[in-house]
Write a protein that binds this ligand. Structure first.
Ligand code: GLY
Length: 450
């Protein structure tokens, strides 16, 4: 890449963030488990705020009103996007928190300082920053206060301030789900091309965003409202700040890469895959394998085990997708479980639980892998017998029910060969089978289909 890089490692970036806020009187708190402690209605923590919701609502936190952390998160709703430049299923969210303490001015000034300071921060180029603020709607006014704070910062630093845009709620309003604390946010984007200039119109800026020339690296959410059943119903008892900076993307811009897989959070896994598996026909498949193995290791460490329902099913799906992609696309397929150690090593001194749970992680991974590899081999033979043409619903169901071949894999294999699968017919067969089945097995098949 053409632009300046600082050569900072991901470990240094994470530590720098925690230290920067610690110096500003924030208590460093450990990441909560990926598995939510209370019944929050989600299978995994998907954002830094989830474990802190009671404190955003006013409960006293034992460590005070200013906190800083790096929270482990899993989001699988974009699983099909994984393999592009920026999507992953596991990520760390760096966040500094004000629980009814400081508000917009400090939050924004510190965000800017951490991103750009050459001594205490990341030394990013401030002329590559672009900012969005909430444009206002029936729930909350236009956030001119944040815009003015940004404007002052740019003026003070002699930077052209024509780089701030107002955006609607679907972009600049943050909440998780339909209930709980929420509020408008201001978001920071970084020009990864080094070619954009201040003074772009909103339309020009939106094109740059659409073309991924700018990447969101941080948001400051001003959590002061309460949502119920999707509607804002009033103000919280206190005004909070919830900032979020996805570590993978932040590392990507600091290390001067144009995709997260080239950062040191992924490159050891990618390198290992290349050296052990030989040529991958499909670069994207290699990224999918690296992502899914990494996520699986973190889930296993937090006590999730593969199953056919709930979070165990998500884990099983990730493991199976990884194994399937490696098997289908690599020159020399061997078991993936040895990559667990590569992942664990990336996080030594950061998440010590990984090393502590290493044996268990490898054992469960290996067991699932050996079961699924047998399934693939057996299913493949049967698939080959019937795949000289489009696959009927009946045959797809036979592969699924008798050989345990997941439907999505039948579909992928057929598509790779240029054949189609009768999905409607498969679902009909499935339903007929369901009608005949007892309740227990219905549950099992339903989970596999979802
Ligand atoms: N600060 C909100 C989030 O991105 O998680």
């Amino acid at each position: 890449m053409s632009f300046f890089t600082t050569g900072m490692t991901s470990k240094e970036i994470r530590s720098k963030f925690l230290e920067f806020f610690q110096k500003r009187n924030h208590a460093v708190i450990a990441s909560a488990s990926l598995v939510p402690e209370n019944d929050s209605g989600v299978l995994f923590n998907t954002a830094g705020m989830q474990p802190l919701i009671p404190y955003l609502l006013g409960k006293d936190h034992p460590d005070g009103k200013r906190l800083v952390n790096s929270q482990k998160c899993v989001r699988t709703q974009d699983i099909l996007e994984v393999g592009d430049n920026t999507h992953d299923t596991f990520f760390e969210m760096l966040g500094n928190w004000s629980l009814g303490d400081y508000f917009k001015k400090e939050a924004i000034e510190w965000s800017y300082e951490f991103l750009t300071s050459k001594t205490e921060g990341l030394s990013l180029d401030p002329t590559r920053l672009y900012i969005t603020c909430f444009e206002g709607d029936e729930n909350a006014p236009r956030d001119t206060e944040s815009q003015e704070i940004w404007q002052e910062i740019f003026t003070k630093n002699k930077i052209n301030g024509e780089r701030i845009y107002f955006r609607p709620a679907y972009k600049n309003w943050w909440s998780v789900g339909d209930n709980g604390p929420c509020g408008p946010d201001t978001e920071m984007f970084y020009d990864i091309t080094g070619k954009l200039t201040s003074g772009m119109s909103l339309d020009e800026y939106l094109v740059a965003d659409e073309n991924q020339q700018v990447v969101e690296i941080w948001n400051d959410v001003f959590m002061q409202y309460l949502k119920k059943d999707g509607k804002v119903i009033g103000s919280l008892s206190q005004k909070n700040v919830d900032t979020g900076s996805g570590l993978e993307r932040l590392v990507m811009v600091v290390q001067g890469k144009n995709n997260i897989f080239d950062t040191d959070l992924f490159s050891p896994i990618i390198t290992e895959l290349s050296s052990r598996y030989g040529k991958f026909d499909n670069e994207r498949a290699k990224r999918i394998v690296a992502d899914h193995v990494r996520t699986a290791v973190f889930m296993l460490s937090d006590g999730v085990t593969p199953s056919n329902t709930g979070r165990g099913y998500i884990l099983r799906r990730l493991l199976r997708r990884a194994i399937f992609q490696a098997w289908k696309n690599s020159e020399n397929f061997t078991e993936l479980s040895s990559l667990c150690d590569t992942v664990i090593k990336i996080y030594d001194d950061v998440y010590q639980d990984l090393e502590k749970n290493g044996e268990k992680i490898r054992e469960v991974f290996e067991k699932e892998e050996s079961k699924f590899t047998k399934t693939i081999k057996q299913g493949e033979k049967e698939f080959e017998k019937m795949s000289d043409k489009d696959i009927s619903g009946k045959n797809a169901f036979l592969l699924f029910s008798s050989y345990g071949f997941p439907f999505e894999l039948i579909k992928e294999l057929s598509e790779a060969k240029g054949f189609s699968v009768d999905e409607v017919g498969f679902k009909e067969e499935f339903k007929n089978h369901q009608d005949l089945s007892r309740k227990g097995s219905e549950q099992k098949f339903k989970a596999v289909l979802e």
